[in-house]
Design a protein around this ligand. Structure first.
Ligand code: GLN
Ligand code: ZN
Length: 757
């Protein structure tokens, strides 16, 4: 059997792309130097894949920021406000990604959204009525040619037209179908040019097919592809799906003239059933995604071969593939120097997954694979005791009662008690928790890690930072303060490091958005809290001010979702274990006089199943409960806040209210405050702070802009329930923009208070 991957990490083995791009942003390297690094990285990645023996090597999944943005630009989906800046092509692209403030003008970035159920973010293309879709670029051609010149045949990868139209926002009257024909024609043109260069097979990614598909969606898909498939000539088309199964349209899809179809056998829980019930055409190739592109555990060859052999026995032409792009796993285990072999032998990052594919290829070709050494070693690995269990933790989870999920008294009563206690003004101002992680802060943490400074020196430094931060917030006039989270490298890693059951890599970076990468912890075993984690810092900060100081924790669902989860126990079980640990921390903070505690569930929406029918049965049923478990033990006068990144929760708004927090802050500024209608319609009871400005961009919002946002909010949210805050933590920003931004925020809030008093 031949082998394939859907895509490969772009940022490089040691995040080279991130660093050079950021240098470009700071004007430290030229566009030419940036592009040179891009070429170099692509060459390295292709060579590595080629040497591993991979048969279908992807190209054009490389990107300087995001693949959906690349596709938008490729097809001239560039809103006027960016064109009007009259920047170079490259800088127009980055203006769309990051916003632009300078000599050429002042525009916000495109909206950014989570890529399906991952922690990767894509830029949302905006289509205006005046948008003229046409083939306007050459990126896929250039990258294909670059590989070809190196003697490497690749399979160009494109975001498919259906997914592109489905993900786009339509600003005017026109809708997806109005752009259908132009887009289909542009793909035809592009595919023709790729074929002329010698491409044999092109991969069109259509992950939108794994979501709920309406009749109209299917019609759109069929219309787009009838044009494309009719004109493909001798070029072969691989329709690639991932992140689930295509249960809504399987029969229609396999009936079309695709040469190959990629299906996900990891997250596609109905993929096998679909194949069993409806078969798979003998004249097409099935790219079987059996290697998990999202997790770092070794593949079970026994399981994979079971599937692959079954497909073979049915006479289906099969290629072994990853379940999705390897973009979602780190580059290589080779960067990890501290782990013992007894740990690393269980893991497989992107590069190692290539060797798993090579193994599977050999095993499928073997007369008796069970006798092969690679197979036997793999079976033995899965039989090993990893020493990951803690009976005490398991017993505690087993003893959780229904009443442990309910906080008393009910919301309205608590709200009264808390208004009485805190005496905050209308539209109280606050921030999400972190303040800029400046170079000195990062350096200090590194020094401590390396043992270059004493605990005491470190603590003194952090205390000074906290004091400075508290003072700054007081000066600006913020009502509910935070300590700034300087001691935290990352909101999940910090807690993981203070609990048992987690493992941390040195360099296992995964791209989150643009040049931002995260290093997710690995949940290795049963989880418990070793000691109080945040109490000392929060108490110290609280002692510096008369304002309420928020204690700041990360919630269990987010810790789970931003880690690589275990595959040997259920995710629900792991999350409850973490929930109990965070519950202990909440109660310790309360005991130490912290009156407001924020439990961030930044990533709650992220792992919501992509299909509605699975929402409550596979996820929300336990995820919301895990959050409630964390705070159900506090007193009525203790105020529980939560924060969620991205406001795309209109569809699960009741579940969010049902988390039963007292206040929720979230991102709304980038998605045009759509969420507000839904809050109003659903009589959302939790007090809300829909972010009044976008912290993902370095631009400083004006007071007027924030005031205008507040006006919009007040049209939909009762004034007694509205909070004023930025849309996320400030750690990635600089003090240069943070201070003026917060000042404008407080001014706008004060002015609005006067107006509505
Ligand atoms: N409290 C965290 C911070 O302010 C929340 C971060 C997040 O939502 N991603 O950084
Ligand atoms: Zn956030």
């Amino acid at each position: 059997m031949k082998t394939s991957i859907v895509g490969f990490p772009r940022v490089g083995k040691l995040r080279e792309l991130k660093f050079v791009t950021e240098k470009y942003f700071r004007d430290e390297v030229s566009e030419q130097e940036l592009k040179e690094e891009g070429r170099k990285l692509r060459e390295e990645h292709w060579t590595l894949q080629k040497e591993s023996g991979l048969d279908y090597i992807p190209s054009n999944e490389f990107s300087y920021y995001d693949g959906v943005l690349d596709a938008a630009v490729l097809f001239n989906i560039i809103p006027n406000r960016y064109q009007e800046l009259r920047l170079s092509e490259q800088d127009t692209y980055f203006a769309m990604a990051r916003g632009y403030q300078g000599d050429h003008g002042d525009v916000k970035a495109l909206a950014m959204k989570k890529w399906f159920n991952t922690n990767y973010h894509y830029m949302v293309p905006e289509i205006e009525d005046s948008t003229q879709i046409r083939l306007a670029g050459t990126k896929p051609l250039e990258e294909y040619k670059q590989a070809k010149d190196l003697g490497i045949e690749t399979k160009p990868v494109l975001v498919g037209p259906f997914t592109l139209l489905k993900l786009a926002h339509y600003l005017g009257e026109k809708k997806a179908k109005d752009f259908r024909d132009d887009l289909a024609a542009s793909y035809v043109e592009l595919l023709g040019e790729l074929a002329d260069l010698g491409a044999e097979l092109v991969q069109l990614d259509e992950p939108c097919l794994v979501k709920d598909i309406t009749k109209e969606d299917l019609t759109l898909f069929l219309q787009l592809y009838s044009t494309i498939l009719e004109k493909k000539g001798s070029l072969k088309i691989l329709l690639q799906t991932y992140f689930g199964d295509i249960r809504d349209c399987y029969q229609e899809i396999v009936g079309l003239d695709f040469d190959a179809i990629g299906l996900d056998f990891i997250e596609g829980k109905k993929t096998l059933e679909l194949l069993r019930n409806y078969g798979f055409p003998k004249d097409k190739v099935l790219f079987a995604g059996v290697i998990n592109g999202k997790n770092i555990w070794r593949n079970s060859y026994e399981k994979s071969l079971h599937i692959l052999k079954d497909l073979e026995s049915k006479g289906i032409q099969t290629v072994v593939s990853s379940s999705c792009s390897l973009l979602h796993v780190p580059f290589t285990l080779e960067n990890e120097t501290k782990w013992d072999r007894s740990i690393t032998e269980h893991f497989s990052f992107a590069k190692e997954k290539l060797s798993e594919l090579a193994d599977l290829k050999k095993l499928t070709e073997s007369a008796d694979y069970e006798k092969e050494e690679s197979y036997q070693k793999n079976v033995a690995l899965f039989a090993k005791d990893r020493q990951a269990e803690d009976p005490a933790v398991q017993a505690r989870v087993a003893a959780i009662k229904e009443s442990d999920f309910t906080r008393l008294p009910a919301f309205d009563d608590r709200e009264k008690v808390q208004k009485e206690r805190f005496q905050l003004p209308l539209l109280p101002t606050t921030t999400i928790g972190s303040f800029p992680q400046t170079a000195d802060v990062k350096a200090e943490r590194t020094k401590k890690k390396k043992g270059e400074i004493t605990e005491e020196e470190y603590n003194t430094f952090m205390k000074d930072k906290i004091a400075e931060c508290v003072k700054m917030q007081e000066d600006i006039g913020i009502d509910v303060l935070v300590h700034g989270e300087f001691e935290r490298n990352d909101m999940v890693e910090y807690f993981g490091e203070n609990m048992s059951g987690f493992l941390f890599s040195e360099k296992a970076w995964v791209q989150s958005y643009g040049t931002r990468c995260v290093k997710p912890p690995i949940i290795w075993g049963d989880v418990s809290r070793k000691n109080p984690i945040t109490v000392t810092w929060s108490s110290y900060a609280a002692g510096l001010t008369d304002h309420p100081m928020k204690g700041m924790l990360t919630g269990p669902v987010t810790i789970l979702n931003w880690s690589f989860p275990r595959e040997d126990i259920s995710i629900k079980e792991s999350t409850y274990q973490i929930g109990l640990a965070i519950r202990d921390e909440v109660l310790d903070l309360e005991k130490n006089g912290i009156s407001i505690i924020q439990v961030d569930e930044a990533a709650l929406r992220e792992k919501l199943p992509l299909r509605k029918e699975d929402w409550y049965t596979d996820y929300l049923d336990w995820a919301i409960k895990a959050f409630r478990l964390v705070h159900s033990g506090v007193k009525p006068e203790t105020q529980i806040h939560t924060h969620m990144c991205y406001s795309e929760f209109t569809d699960i708004i009741r579940a969010i209210d049902d988390m039963d927090a007292d206040v929720i802050t979230f991102e709304a500024s980038r998605s045009n405050l759509e969420i507000l209608d839904s809050l109003q319609e659903n009589r959302f009871q939790t007090e809300v702070g829909p972010g009044v400005y976008d912290i993902h961009s370095p631009r400083v919002p004006s007071e007027e802009e924030i005031y205008a946002a507040l006006e919009k909010m007040l049209a939909k949210v009762e004034k007694t329930k509205l909070w004023v805050n930025p849309d996320c933590g400030l750690k990635t920003r600089g003090n240069k923009e943070v201070k003026p931004s917060l000042e404008n925020m407080v001014k706008a809030a004060k002015r609005m208070r006067e107006a509505i008093q």
